[in-house]
Write a protein that binds this ligand. Structure first.
Ligand code: MCA
Ligand code: AMP
Length: 525
């Protein structure tokens, strides 16, 4: 298994996992007009050219490189290039709109911004206003100024030495109050987690044996590469074990099922499993070559877990993580029968998981409380927010996840809810406070409340109740229309109700539980 190299750069460690024969195919695209095959040498050379382009800009160490582009292999190379150059990768969801991007760029002050051609006008204006000197474009058809410039650079590059605690990436996550916070992840955070998962999920084992299926693993990669699940958990797993990826730019259940016979590993959020179950071609036979299906980022319904088992003969392996911590717990890889539906499994090696009550005292085994964690995977803090960072850690420096759960006598962790006011929709996080703030700023609105309700496809979706100011009339459709121009589409509530007032308790606090109760059958009948 690759270990930390002398100069600690995460790319150098990933590179050490590439196969000896670099002419083998590392990534094959599945939904480009023609399939494109990238060898391991292509990844190494392409990311070297991009790293040399970044190097030529003579940026201070630790400069942020903010990237909002459609998924492509070149976008993955750009991530690797930022690591190689010793800078900090800042991926941004392609659904984010101008107001959201303006905040991230203003807050992170990136030295370089890379965007799609279609957004270059407003992105460059925003970036130059924030002091960014370099804005490049990159589209998913290998066009744009980034690759044009990189073409002039050498295709070898020595990864820049870093300290283990130097930043590798910043991932923005919203908060219950106020603006989004940038979670600072270090080279050590990401490498330690990637190495632990190599062992825990059998990547290393398959690789060591030369593979029990004619070669090493083959991962079907369908997730976006701007969040932890697709960018780190899936990509690092394949890169560090030298395994080939079948690369989809977006998830298509039918096309994914069609490629299962060539693959061994798949990772998805629960919505992806629900959508694949709706495909008749998903059978025991189509999954016969697979060794592992991983689910995470949102609660997996026991019903989905069981249906998957019945239909495919495979037991989904559910795991739990966060942007701030990468992966925390996982159901066992072996034996498969030890994977328990409804639980997120056992703490990963090296990760501490404990449950405390709201007074900071440990609860008894099996009792419910706040989940707190510790380990080499836990982030360095929120970017330029020392007070917020301190708030999220206990006095003895455990990170408070905001998830509520219990640990059984045999160590299995179950998540039962969240103390943070958060909706997880199709694996994306939506903070009601952010959506409410947008609605409350609209003319004629007195106040609003956004709650999550069950949804058969996305697991949970937002619903808004909005109260008009005296003398004003509101139109639910108009509110939805305005919201769509302000925030990412997945944050827009699926339904808006104009109501006379919001339910409140004796203290005057909005009772979101009553709203949730009232609308719980809206999409599930
Ligand atoms: C799309 N829509 C959504 C969502 N996605 N609505 C609610 N929640 C969503 N997640 C809406 C759009 O607003 C749009 O509506 C309509 O669906 C079609 O949009 P489109 O983009 O075409 O949808 P899609 O391609 O079918 O996308 C669904 C998806 C996607 C494939 C499930 O949401 C997805 O890739 N989710 C995975 C997210 C993920 O990777 N999470 C990991 C985070 P309209 O037309 O009305 O606007 S990492 C993490 O959480 C931690 C660390 C962890 O543990 O992993
Ligand atoms: P994010 O900050 O976007 O990375 O989202 C992290 C949150 O996703 C966690 O705090 C959990 O609430 C949730 N989450 C991740 N994995 C699971 C899971 N397997 N089951 C339930 N919730 C999960």
């Amino acid at each position: 298994m690759p270990t930390e190299t002398a100069h600690n750069n995460l790319y150098a460690a990933l590179r050490a996992g590439f196969p000896a024969d670099l002419s083998r195919v590392a990534i094959e695209t599945a939904d480009t007009p023609v399939p494109l095959r990238y060898t391991w040498a292509d990844l190494e050379r392409g990311s070297a050219m991009l790293a040399n382009l970044l190097g030529s800009l003579e940026l201070p160490a630790g400069s942020r490189v903010a990237v909002q582009v459609d998924k492509s292999v070149e976008a993955l190379m750009l991530y690797l290039a930022v690591l190689r150059a010793g800078h900090v990768y800042l991926p941004l969801n392609t659904a984010y709109q101008e107001v959201e991007i303006t905040y991230f760029i203003g807050n992170a002050e990136p030295a370089v911004v890379v965007c799609s051609k279609r957004n270059f006008g407003w992105v460059s204006r925003t970036a130059f206003n924030a002091g960014t000197r370099h804005v490049y474009t990159l589209d998913d058809d290998r066009s744009g100024t980034l690759l044009d410039r990189a073409a002039f650079h050498a295709d070898t590059q020595e990864p820049v030495p870093v300290a283990p605690d130097d930043l590798a990436a910043i991932l923005y996550t919203s908060g219950t109050t106020g603006r989004s916070k940038g979670a600072m992840l270090t080279h050590r955070n990401l490498l330690s987690n990637a190495q632990v998962l190599q062992e825990a999920w059998g990547w290393a084992e398959v690789n060591r044996q030369g593979g029990h299926h004619h070669g090493a693993d083959v991962l079907i990669h369908v997730l976006p590469i701007f969040h932890v699940h697709g960018l780190f958990v899936a990509s690092h797993g394949a890169l560090l074990s030298g395994s080939k990826m079948i690369w989809f730019s977006r998830f298509d259940p039918r096309a994914t099922v069609a490629r299962l016979p060539e693959a061994t590993v798949f990772m998805g959020v629960p919505t992806l499993y629900v959508r694949m179950l709706a495909e008749a071609a998903l059978t025991r036979a189509s999954c016969a070559h697979m060794r592992l299906f991983v689910s995470g980022s949102a609660p997996l319904l026991l019903e989905t877990f069981q249906q998957w088992q019945q239909r495919t003969g495979h037991t989904l392996l559910e795991r739990y993580g966060m942007s701030e911590t990468a992966m925390l717990t996982s159901n066992p890889y072996r034996p498969e029968s030890a994977r328990r539906g409804g639980t997120v499994g056992l703490p990963l090696p090296g990760v501490g998981v404990r449950v405390h009550d709201d007074k900071g005292r440990p609860v008894r085994t099996g009792e419910i409380g706040g989940i707190e964690v510790k380990g080499p995977n836990v982030f360095k803090g929120y970017w330029r927010m020392p007070e917020k960072t301190a708030d999220e850690f206990t006095n003895d420096l455990w990170f408070k996840t905001g998830d509520v759960g219990r640990i059984d006598a045999d160590g299995y962790v179950t998540i039962v809810g969240r103390s943070k006011d958060l909706i997880i929709s199709g694996g994306y996080n939506v903070y009601p406070a952010e959506v409410e703030e947008c609605i409350n700023d609209m003319p004629g609105v007195a106040e609003s409340a956004v709650v999550g309700v069950p949804h058969p496809d996305f697991g949970e979706v937002g619903v808004a109740a909005v109260v008009a100011k005296p003398g004003s009339t509101l139109d639910a459709e108009a509110i939805l229309g305005t919201l769509k121009t302000l925030i990412a589409n997945f944050k827009v509530p699926k339904r808006v109700y104009v109501v006379a007032d919001l339910p409140r308790n004796a203290m005057g606090k909005v009772q979101k539980n009553l709203l949730r109760e009232q609308h719980k059958g809206l999409f599930t009948g």
